[in-house]
Write a protein that binds this ligand. Structure first.
Ligand code: FAD
Ligand code: NAP
Length: 610
């Protein structure tokens, strides 16, 4: 494989064992692969000579200080000291172990030499920049907290700003962003409340317990209080951790004045300024509001989890993750729940699975109004909301929950004014490897164009960016094969392509094979009501090279089941490798290792037991 020649530099002193070991491995590789590797040796006659080159006279102006902001390089005193010369700049590698690791990956087929490298451009950061901070992160959500703590770990002087603008309905919350306060965490806890309800009502009797009397039903207020207390605990822990990790937390709203200056406004409206060499924008997104007459009477996911009273009879508008998950737990808690579906359920996901989720939800008590959008909302003096739909029909609800997508929170951030390119349709920031069109301003998480709106994605992108900015890494974030789970009453975990996408990517359906199985998880097998909608898994395989293109799982603990397979998918697992893996019995996940029935065979996918 012809590639660009790597110019690898190694410095050390002549009788240093570590230097000699690393230098000799490099020398051998450059003999074996002369077109791919050139090694430049910087050998000094004595330890003192080496140290005066590396550290400088007063330990401030040595060669290592040319790696501005790379804390690991700036702190290194030992021999050897290695770096790679690329496009006029030097990328720090490390000492002996790092050099040997680099050599291993250079020769391994899937190693570093074949890995993508970040395309980030130099951003002018120097060790003596003179700004207040090395890095200021705007937004203390999943991505911002992760990025700021990681940068501080490498010795950078970091501040993180987090300020919550109240929702139109007046809801506000603490440090931690969407996931912790108004997203994943309260959603999963309320989903769990509904699952507990289902077990109590339908599953306990065959196990010898007596089902509780249903006279009292579910107490929203008690659930809300425990969920909100848990969140407050998390908010507190985030503040403590920031302090422990030497990250300055500022509860202020940030706005760019120029590429190195922010205007800060606190809760009382007091305005100040700060400067920084680098910025990471991690301001996330906010729910899109309903654009119809009376749309202001609807609430969003920013409000639902902290409602003082049960939402009662609820209309959920939208048919993707948020609407389906909320409708699922509301119905599970015994509330009269309807979903208004504009077009299809779960756009972008596997259609067969989306249909199964819809059918299960319908049997679970969720009503669907298909092919409609609200055209008018009227609120009466008793608080009830009459909704008129686009097909002319109408109904009265206690609560209307809008979940029709999210818009990046960049409107008042001043990014456009400093030259950061955004997508006018959704306000998201356009980036290459998280670097915006202004080189010292970066963006991660929900606010970045093309980033899947998921917490672990924001966290991983934030950590990797900080490693590139302050620890000499050149590894870009990999947005491929990210696992996700939709927490509908029948949970859905997925990694890789849908059947439709795999067919489209292969040019024609005949190049893929689909293996599938309907099965009853053991824990469901004693409950009659569970039999109508079995669990399901399917694996989509390329006929060309046996690679698994997509894995889909519908059933209990979908997140737990799917997460492990995510590693295998990143490693390019084949179907043969999957089915050669010994399963864990009796589990649902083992079904993946035991798939034999293909869709093309036309045989029933129903499992016959173990
Ligand atoms: P955020 O977490 O949104 O953080 C941005 C922060 O910046 C906020 O605190 C905001 O107040 C602050 N901010 C904004 N502007 C400024 C400014 N100018 N100055 C200072 N601070 C500012 N993902 C999953 O992976 N799993 C799930 O189960 C899941 N469930 C979800 C359920 C719901 C209801 C929702 C809404 C989302 C869910 N998500 C889930 C998505 C997940 O919450 C987001 O992808 C994640 O929180 C994005 O993190 P972020 O750091 O990009 O932004
Ligand atoms: P979304 O995935 O963007 O879907 C928006 C939904 O609203 C679609 O069903 C869309 O229908 C519908 N819609 C859009 N405009 C509408 C309008 N004017 N009237 C009626 N319906 C309309 O949005 P989301 O569900 O709000 O979720 C946002 C993101 O949060 C997700 O992409 C996801 O990444 C993240 N999230 C993740 C999880 C999880 O990991 N479990 C949970 C919740 C949220 P069409 O199909 O017709 O366009």
């Amino acid at each position: 494989m012809a590639g660009k020649q790597v110019v690898f530099h190694i410095g050390g002193w002549s009788s240093c064992g570590f230097y000699n070991k690393a230098a000799s491995v490099l020398a051998s590789l450059s003999v074996l692969f002369p077109s791919r590797l050139r090694v430049v040796n910087h050998m000094y006659g004595s330890r003192d000579e080496y140290r005066s080159w590396l550290l400088g006279e007063d330990e401030t102006n040595g060669f290592r200080d040319t790696f501005a902001g790379v804390s690991k390089a700036n702190k290194q005193t030992s021999s050897p000291f290695s770096w790679i010369e690329a496009d006029g700049s030097n990328n720090f590698v490390g000492g002996c172990d790092d050099t040997l690791d680099w050599c291993k990956s250079f020769v391994s087929p899937a190693g570093d030499s074949g890995k993508a490298k970040s395309k980030m451009q130099a951003d002018g950061h120097t060790a003596d920049h003179g700004y207040d901070y090395d890095l200021v992160v705007i937004g203390g959500g999943s991505g911002g907290l992760a990025a700021s703590k990681e940068a501080a770990r490498f010795g950078a002087k970091v501040a993180v700003l987090d300020f919550v603008k109240p929702s139109p309905a007046g809801s506000t919350w603490g440090l931690g962003g969407t996931c912790v306060n108004v997203g994943c965490i309260p959603k999963k806890l309320m989903h769990n409340a509904a699952l507990i309800g289902e077990i109590l009502t339908n599953d306990v009797q065959p196990y010898g317990f007596t089902a509780p009397e249903q006279t009292e039903g579910h107490k929203w207020e008690s659930m809300r209080e425990s969920v909100q207390n848990h969140i407050r605990g998390l908010n507190f822990n985030y503040r403590v951790t920031l302090r422990e990790k030497n990250v300055t937390y500022l509860n202020k709203l940030g706005k760019f004045i120029d590429a190195h200056t922010l205007e800060l406004t606190d809760k009382k409206g007091k305005v100040s300024q700060l400067t920084s060499s680098r910025f990471i924008v991690a301001t996330g997104g906010r729910p899109t509001t309903l654009d119809c007459e009376g749309g202001e009477h609807a609430i969003t996911s920013d409000d639902i989890f902290s409602l003082e009273k049960s939402p009662g009879k609820t209309l959920c508008v939208g048919a993707s993750y948020i609407s389906l998950e909320c409708a699922g737990f509301l119905a599970g808690l015994g509330l009269d729940t309807t979903i208004a579906v504009r077009s299809i359920l779960l756009r972008g996901f596997d259609r067969e699975i989306a249909d199964k989720i819809g059918a299960h939800m319908e049997d679970h008590g969720v009503k669907f109004k298909n092919g409609v959008v609200p055209s008018k909302l009227e609120k009466a003096s008793d608080g009830k909301i009459t909704v008129t739909f686009s097909d002319g029909s109408s109904d009265v609800y206690d609560t209307v929950l809008t979940a029709i997508g999210r818009r990046a929170d960049t409107e008042k951030l001043g990014v456009d004014a400093v030259g950061v390119k955004t997508n006018p349709k959704n306000g998201k920031i356009v980036c290459t490897d998280e670097q915006t069109s202004v080189s010292n301003i970066y963006a991660i998480g929900d606010v970045m164009e093309g980033c899947p709106e998921l917490t672990p994605v924001a966290i991983q992108a934030g950590k990797m960016l900080s490693r590139r900015l302050f620890d000499g890494s050149d590894e870009p974030m990999d947005y491929q094969n990210i696992c996700t789970t939709v927490f509908t009453p029948l949970e859905y975990g997925v990694v890789g392509m849908s059947e439709e996408d795999a067919k489209a990517a292969s040019g024609c359906g005949s190049k893929i094979e689909v293996y599938h199985s309907n099965f009853t998880p053991l824990e469901w097998s004693l409950s009659e009501h569970r039999q109508k909608h079995p669990a399901f898994c399917k694996v989509i395989v390329s006929k060309d090279d046996d690679r698994v293109l997509g894995m889909h799982y519908l059933g209990p603990h979908a997140g737990e089941v799917t997460q492990g397979f995510g590693v295998s998918m990143k490693k390019g697992m084949t179907f043969d490798e999957l089915t050669n893996t010994v399963g864990i019995h009796p589990t649902s996940a083992e079904t993946f290792t035991d798939l034999t029935i293909t869709k093309s065979s036309g045989e029933s996918a129903d499992s016959k037991g173990c």
